[in-house]
Design a protein around this ligand. Structure first.
Ligand SMILES: [Cu+2]
Length: 155
């Protein structure tokens, strides 16, 4: 009986600690929202997009990926993440908030629609020319190639 009570107490403490820690994660920084859409709200001719597809953030900011349309996810593209930063990947149709502490460029794709050009670029802090050059050299397929070119051209 006592141990059962203890388990409940411990679970309660754990849950509270977890939610508090989680909520506190983004307290110091800004939360940038990126929507996952079947159709762009800016240019309706564009299908399968992250919107905005480029975010300029500072270290400690959070990015919230919102599954506005169904069937999308957000994950790091191999080779498009700063050294020492942690990779992330959301589940299809699930919202994900990540805190980005390490400066640099983060390339994001939606796994099912990558070839259709569903990609995004996040810049955290200042980035050097060599960082931009390295990230822009990552090879892409399908429409992802053109859309990344468009994003890198603006950097
Ligand atoms: Cu998608």
């Amino acid at each position: 009986m006592f141990s059962r009570f203890l388990v409940i107490v411990l679970v309660t403490i754990y849950c509270n600690t977890y939610s508090v820690a989680h909520a506190a994660d983004c307290q110091d920084g800004k939360i940038h929202e990126i929507r996952m859409l079947n159709k762009s709200k800016i240019d309706p001719k564009m299908k399968m997009v992250f919107e905005p597809s480029f975010v300029l953030a500072v270290s400690g900011d959070c990015i919230k990926f919102i599954p506005t349309s169904k069937g999308h996810n957000a994950e790091i593209i191999k080779g498009m993440i700063p050294k020492d930063a942690e990779k992330f990947k959301s589940k299809i149709n699930k919202e994900l908030t990540v805190k980005l502490d390490i400066e640099g460029l983060y390339g994001i794709k939606c796994k099912p629609h990558y070839q259709m050009g569903m990609i995004a670029l996040i810049q955290v802090g200042e980035v050097s020319k060599s960082v931009v050059k390295k990230a822009s050299k990552v090879k892409h397929r399908g429409k992802a190639k053109d859309r990344f070119k468009g994003l890198f051209d603006k950097l």
